[in-house]
Design a protein around this ligand. Sequence first.
Ligand SMILES: NC(=O)c1ccc[n+]([C@@H]2O[C@H](COP(=O)([O-])OP(=O)(O)OC[C@H]3O[C@@H](n4cnc5c(N)ncnc54)[C@H](OP(=O)(O)O)[C@@H]3O)[C@@H](O)[C@H]2O)c1
Length: 245
Amino acid sequence: MKKLIVVGASSGMGMRIATDFARLGWRVGIAARREDRLREIRNLYPDRIEYMAIDVTADDAVERFNNLIELTGGMDYMLYAAGCGWQNPELDTARDRSTLEVNVVGFTRIINAAYTYFRDTANRRPGHIAAITSVAGTKGIGISATYSASKRYQWTYLQALDQLAHIQHVDVAITDIRPGFVDTPLLVQGKDYPMEMSIAYAAPRIERAMLTGRRVAVVDARWAVATALWKAIPDCIWRHLAIRL
Ligand SMILES: NC(=O)c1ccc[n+]([C@@H]2O[C@H](COP(=O)([O-])OP(=O)(O)OC[C@H]3O[C@@H](n4cnc5c(N)ncnc54)[C@H](OP(=O)(O)O)[C@@H]3O)[C@@H](O)[C@H]2O)c1
């Protein structure tokens, strides 16, 4: 039986993907801060889901992550779906700080713990590390400076880790999954976003990318075209585009 650990599984895309795999018969370990939500999700598939409250910004996050792997009976796939971010044109320090702590510090901590697990413990079987990053890393977005920069950090980190795995002969696929807007609690509710996708539409595309171990996957095809065009915009024009959502 395959085993999946999802960090950031108490809501949104992480919750959907964790329950999809449990329904298929996988053993799934779920983590996030809200223990009551994790318990409710575990109760949907009590014989297949284990849970552990983990705050990725806390010093004990790696120890708890390793405990969750043990409870789940191992790990073949790890999906990092934890994240936070706001529009922050006021450059509010508290918001910037949470974004950096979750999307940069916590991200690095958990991705490294998963890599270490595959390198040291499970190298008889190939490992898979996937993270939901975002198309927001394509260029610096004025109203979401820290969020877009944190997503670019994630892209670069995953690319570096993929090279490190090659250098160290660690059999692990590193997948960077970049969705456009998805209707989850992360977005301002009741607001319309361009090319917004439902979770039901985005989840199977993310799952496919994770299972096939693609290096980078943009979700969906429309967003792949949009980001290719977006990337091509020269900085001297980009700075004049007043992006307001
Ligand atoms: N929604 C979009 O339009 C969109 C687009 C592109 C990329 N993304 C990215 O997709 C990922 C998933 O977000 P989502 O849209 O599914 O939003 P979401 O429903 O808000 O999910 C975020 C998850 O992260 C967890 N989390 C937040 N802080 C945490 C912490 N300190 N420790 C552990 N877990 C923490 C939350 O659980 P707790 O609060 O219980 O800890 C929750 O389970 C994020 O990285 C986001 O940036 C979202």
